[in-house]
Write a protein that binds this ligand. Structure first.
Ligand code: C5P
Length: 223
């Protein structure tokens, strides 16, 4: 497949979601939010009464996901539908994120979602957001970015986001959750979170979204 891909991997709260959405829009390329697929698997499991400890059940849920993504005007989150239901807000809750990182440790669940992710690679190009985009899903991507930020900075960003969305949150709880999720994502044996050998690492602590975006755009321009 010669369609170009920019992979952006990194921990939650590094700014990946916003950066990849803006990047895809500017380039006029498709966008893959791979985390949404793990979140949808966790949510669908809950709705179907499948326990997060039931591996075979979870693989069935992942393989049978009926999802669609609908583009939105600039600045609004992409709308996500699960079996026809708008779950845009529901997949962003801490509970669903936590469930996502639990189903994501299961190799067979990851395998069930692999081809679905590769199918997003369509002309004129793809921006892929996740944890293992550059290492596992698109190892041949010409541009790979690993975006990080300190845990404190990520907790602060998440706090502001959730507060703006009208949710009642505590920053210390968020920091604890972020650390627990980082730990699970980096120390799992199935596709652990780490930069690909050929990835460019960008630390977004103290950088604005625009500054991060122009760094990534420069890498795409050089490729
Ligand atoms: O990026 P997001 O917070 O939506 O991802 C939710 C969870 O899904 C992550 O904590 C991670 O465990 C998992 N994930 C993954 N591989 C990806 C994307 C997300 O394991 N490519």
């Amino acid at each position: 497949n010669s369609v170009p891909v920019v992979t952006v991997d990194g921990p939650g709260g590094s700014g990946k979601g916003t950066v990849t959405q803006m990047l895809a829009r500017r380039l006029g390329w498709h966008l893959l939010d791979s985390g949404a697929l793990y979140r949808l698997t966790a949510l669908a499991a809950r709705r179907q009464g499948v326990d997060l400890a039931d591996e075979a059940g979870l693989v069935g849920v992942a393989a049978g996901l009926d999802v669609s993504f609908q583009p939105t005007p600039e600045g609004e989150p992409v709308r996500v539908f699960l079996h026809g239901d708008d779950v845009t807000r529901e997949i962003r809750t801490e509970e669903t994120g936590d469930g996502a990182s639990r189903v994501a440790v299961i190799q067979a669940v990851r395998d069930a979602l692999l081809q679905r992710q590769r199918d997003f690679r369509q002309a004129p190009g793809l921006v892929a957001d996740g944890r293992d985009m550059g290492t596992v899903v698109f190892p041949d991507a010409p541009v790979k970015v690993f975006l990080t930020a300190s845990a404190e900075e990520r907790a602060r960003r998440r706090y502001l986001q959730l507060k703006e969305a009208g949710m009642d949150v505590n920053i210390q709880n968020l920091l604890d959750e972020i650390r627990a999720r980082d730990d699970r994502d980096m120390n799992r044996s199935a596709a652990p979170l780490k930069p690909a050998d050929d990835a460019q690492v960008i630390d977004s602590t103290g950088l604005s979204i625009e500054e991060v975006l122009s760094k990534v755009m420069a890498l795409v321009g050089q490729a």
